[in-house]
Design a protein around this ligand. Sequence first.
Ligand code: COI
Length: 352
Amino acid sequence: MELKVIKTDNPKKKPTGALGFGKYFTDHMFVMEYDDGKWHDARIQPYAPFTLEPCCSVFHYGQAVFEGTKAYRNKKGEIRLFRPRDNLERMNNSSDRICIPEFDVDFVLEALKQLVLLDGDWIPTDEGTSLYIRPSIIATENALGVHAARSYKMFIILSPSGSYYAHGLEPVKLYVEEHYVRACIGGTGHHKVVGNYAASLKAGEKANSLGYDQAMWLDSNEHKYVEEVGSMNIFFAFKDKVRTPALIGSILPGVTRKSVIELLRDEGVEVEETRIAISDVVEGAENGNLKEVFGTGTAAVISPVGDFGYGGKDYAVGGGKMGELSRHVYDELTGIQTGRVPDRFGWVVRIK
Ligand code: COI
């Protein structure tokens, strides 16, 4: 398929102050359509609104998936993507779960590189900033019947961003949610399907109203085992080893999660992917065996946890401060992403 490039003749003003997360968008986007059994009309075009009919299927049945990946520009002027193929492959897996047709990963990866290069001067270079890349696919058939749509639109937009949480690397406070669940085995929790995020909002609001930053999710069956936090995977550094919930079917297989596991194991740290009972976490916090807790995600990178509330009681972790391991993992990961630390894993795709 040919990739058309239509450049804007009206470039936007770039943001000057604090970027925040996902508030500004660059001059161009990638768009591709699916009809009659094939993807077609791939183009890079000026960033602009879409026109969709009120009967458009995505508005009614939520058939949509998305991804999040990042580009970094360092002081040497290099532009670096972090494991972008993993995100695009995961996107096809998510699509398959809700009957969206797959796309050609090689083609979209090349289009993504061209898009990032075209808007390369939008990539911020300050510490903790990056260009957040948001690929999405929505169903666009104009019909109200409940069935897999016959038409889709894929798009990729770019957002120069700072840290995901306003307080940056300050440890967050989690509320262990015992009523609402994020996902169940056999559902869509293992995939980046938009409905998962809608389903998470109520618990997030509840956590906020009780004075916590985010919800910590438990399993849907017994409400006993930790699954994720907010929209991140979670790691517990116990005295003897690091533990993270195993990918049992209701947990998102995070690219940052996978990278942290590979990084730590490469350094000789024991990392166990297992079921983690909230009672063991509470016990570790009480007897001091639980040293650190941190969340991982593309947007947040590493988010240290300072304490958590469960069953009406609050438990402090690591004295409420960012621990040594969380700091180390953050430094290593962002170092590899930006080029400060050599990429011994081959994770980075340098495009300039
Ligand atoms: C990401 O980390 O990229 C996410 O998708 C989390 C959130 C921004 C939805």
